[in-house]
Write a new protein. Sequence first.
Length: 155
Amino acid sequence: MPGRDDSGGVFADAAFLPAPYDMRMAREGFTLLLDVGTLYQLPFGGISATPAKIRDKPGEVERVIRAVVQAGRLIADPKNSEDAMGYIMRLFKLDRTLADPFYRRLVGSLSLNGMVETDKIRLAIESAVERGVIEKPVDPAMVADFSIARRIEYK
């Protein structure tokens, strides 16, 4: 809830912050009230394409999926953790004490096969309904098409 302090400055009693900023603020002495990632095990990101793109250019869609999955696998591979954490430290201006738990959160959220479990999609849909983004739940099959990802053989 926003308010004003004695000097007239504006402050907030609480804020929703994505990782790694929530970790940074906890280290600064703020109390972490809820780590949403412990409740909602959702992927860190995703790929979207129109039905027309999937129908008309499946090879292009496959190459993008393959590249994203390969990048996720490289990030998740313990042999590459030092390089990944170095990148995280530079990108988010973090020291190692914050980069390490952020890296672990990130790895846990990656899809290593280009697909997401139906229950996670359903959870995202329910959240969208609760927040008023959509009016009513939809079938996860209506918003996710993993047909190309299922055909890809990763090495």
